[in-house]
Design a protein around this ligand. Structure first.
Ligand SMILES: [Zn+2]
Length: 254
């Protein structure tokens, strides 16, 4: 089945593995900017964005996989210096047509600097009319998610242009009635195929986006495809079809 991975860091994955995934049905990958280190300077972001947007377009075209780039400042990647310069770069890159979303952004600890950077970036996304990939942390998920929702509210960001990502059953009660999209990361340490399957059945599947969040951390880039197969086999083919392609196409306007 053809599907789009709605959130990954596949620019860190070899072309051979991506080619195999592509032959197995993966037709497009949202690649959101993130590095496993806190940059010491804003110039790191420039190189990262050029890699995710320009270099990936060239690389993925060799195997016919569609790149869907997103750029932003991840809460764990807030540069230790030159913050204003970094935000200026985000503003410039967000305006490019090739860039389909602001992401990955969000809160990790939820401290004041993170809140400030998130708020500034949401305003930039609103001005550029780009949707947002919103990270929620592993620990303290409920408290930090509450803060995230407060920031979204405070800047009057349209909820239908936010995907709250890395959702799990712990925060189901907080999110199910929201007007946002629901991001399920089918990845070791986040959600198993079975856990995602249960959540898809409980949420409004018109607004569910699934992803592998593949990075340098333990990742199983084909788990989302296993979830789609499980939905098909359980006669939930409408949900499967929408989650595979329709929802990401609609959300990222591609
Ligand atoms: Zn991610």
């Amino acid at each position: 089945m053809q599907w789009i991975d709605s959130h990954s860091h596949h620019y860190l994955t070899s072309l051979s593995i991506l080619d195999e995934l592509h032959q197995g049905g993966l037709s497009g990958v949202v690649e959101a900017s993130w590095v496993p280190i806190r940059p010491t300077s804003s110039s790191t972001l420039i190189d990262l964005y050029a890699w995710v947007v320009n270099r990936e377009k060239e690389r993925l075209s060799k195997i016919g996989l569609k790149p869907i780039p997103a750029i932003g400042i991840h809460p764990r990647c807030i540069p230790t210096g030159e913050l204003e310069q970094s935000l200026n770069y985000v503003q410039t890159w967000l305006q490019m047509e090739d860039v389909k979303a602001l992401g990955e952004v969000g809160l990790e600890s939820g401290d004041d600097t993170e809140v400030y950077v998130l708020e500034r970036q949401l305003r930039l996304a609103m001005a550029a009319d780009k949707p947002v990939i919103m990270h929620t942390p592993k620990s303290n998920k409920k408290t930090v998610l509450k803060k995230i929702l407060n920031v979204v509210d405070a800047v009057s960001f349209p909820p239908e242009m936010v995907v709250i990502d890395h959702l799990n059953s712990e925060v189901y009660d907080m999110v199910h009635s929201l007007k946002t999209y629901f991001g399920l990361s089918v990845q070791p340490g986040k959600l198993s195929v079975n856990e995602s399957f249960d959540l898809v059945q409980k949420l409004d599947f018109d607004r569910v986006l699934i992803n592998s969040d593949s990075s340098t951390e333990p990742s199983q880039p084909s788990w989302p495809a296993l979830l789609l197969n499980k939905l098909e086999l359980s006669e939930l083919s409408e949900a499967s079809r929408k989650i595979a392609l329709e929802n990401p196409k609609k959300y990222y306007k591609i």
